[in-house]
Ligand binder design. Sequence first.
Ligand code: KIV
Ligand code: ZN
Length: 530
Amino acid sequence: MTNDSANAGADTGRIIMFDTTLRDGEQSPGATMTFEEKLEVADLLDEMGVDVIEAGFPIASDGDFEAVSEIAKRVKNAAVCGLARAGAKDIERCGEAVRHARRPRIHTFISTSPIHMKYKLQKEPAEVLDMVRAQVSRARAFTDDVEWSAEDATRTEHEFLCQCVETAIKAGATTINIPDTVGYTVPDEYYALFKMLIERVPNADKAIFSTHCHNDLGLAVANSLAGVRAGARQIECTINGIGERAGNAALEEIVMAIKTRADVLPYATGIESTMLTRASKLVAAATSFPVQYNKAIVGRNAFAHESGIHQDGMLKHTQTYEIMTPESVGVAKTSLVMGKHSGRAAFRSKLKELGYDLGDNALEDAFNRFKALADRKKIIYDEDIEALVDEEIATNADHIKVVSMMVVAGTQGPQSATMTLEVEGKEKTIQSTGNGPVDAIFNAIQKLVPHTATLELYQVHAVTEGTDAQAEVSVRLSEDGRSVGSKAADPDTMVASAKAYVAALSKLMIKRQRQVVAQPRGPEAKIKGI
Ligand code: KIV
Ligand code: ZN
């Protein structure tokens, strides 16, 4: 297969990787990230070589605006982009948010399909065309790097789409994005759409064409690559493929498809592929969206071989069943099987392999807890060890600790919890009831540590399989516009729930203290005592 790009020119096949994890990804229900989590994700995206980071939708909320502007200030290499609808206020707010970036980009969009124009915008095509012209020109007043998107492009009439694209380029758009907003297209059709645009729009060579695919039919990555074959040189995607509905094209799949099949996909990205697993884990933790076990590239089973025939083949030659090496995506090749007979040296080496560097005392504590877990659980997976060490790190930073607890559950309510917490060095005990055991636990904590935080998220999932699996509980609390999340793992779901809740409360306490140090005292800087 050749590179049949129509507007290739001095085309090197270098694909601009545009990551929208923090915008389209974060927009998906339940994937909200805190300010700090967004910064951490942006730093990693920058480090791994993403070319454009879409950091958010600045007009959507003050929180989004703050996150985009902070990311714009700190990102070292990537262009930082904000999204704006076709209105003056949106574009101004976006321009303001990205203005400190080394390379600021405004991404503005409007719907162009008949169904969107009629029902959503309630506008005639001619009005939409005027808006395209006006919005792109307005955005150009803030930056030279303006991207324009035709929302629902794949269901737009070709003649009208050509007019819109031509108008956007004339008004100064440097990137033209052709989104498959509803995940409706198929590779051949998407290929033909780019071919048609690049050949028919008179000034097509003045802009970079971009793909943006949703995964409703599971075709997002295939469609993105078809767009590239037709001449698109930017791909919009997200880590783990998170995004609206069934998600967006997954960055890690695109990067590895291009790398692994260079023979038929003669393109290149600037992504350091060995960081893909780290990025996947960070985004999964920040969003509390677990990665499915069989997810391509970053799923837990992506490099696991269980059947005897496959294991036999692998032992003879790894390429019998592996088309890419685990190391190339950041997964350590050999996996030590950890259990109750493992010693300190194996444990230390396993932690190193998982990317942890603990001091001697923390290592000793983690090792003792690992031994205790190994006595209760048949198989210890890497995820068990990660959960245990993450918990160790969180516990050491905590202001509040769970000392002991006893829960009474069952069909005869009300359920109750007797809880002893250590709060800033002092032990306190109380009994409380609730509508179910978790409610009883949280009520007990509320009595011991009075606070005004509200519970935004409570989620339980088994870290590994089996009835003796560790439960991992995620809790998110919010107070006065601050939102913090925490996780804890324990074979007892109730204990994990209590630990996750107090860990989040501890974080809130730390945040309040930091805020008091950082801000002059005013009426709004008042802290509520815990
Ligand atoms: O899917 C879509 O159409 C979008 C646009 C805002 C680019 O996300
Ligand atoms: Zn989208």
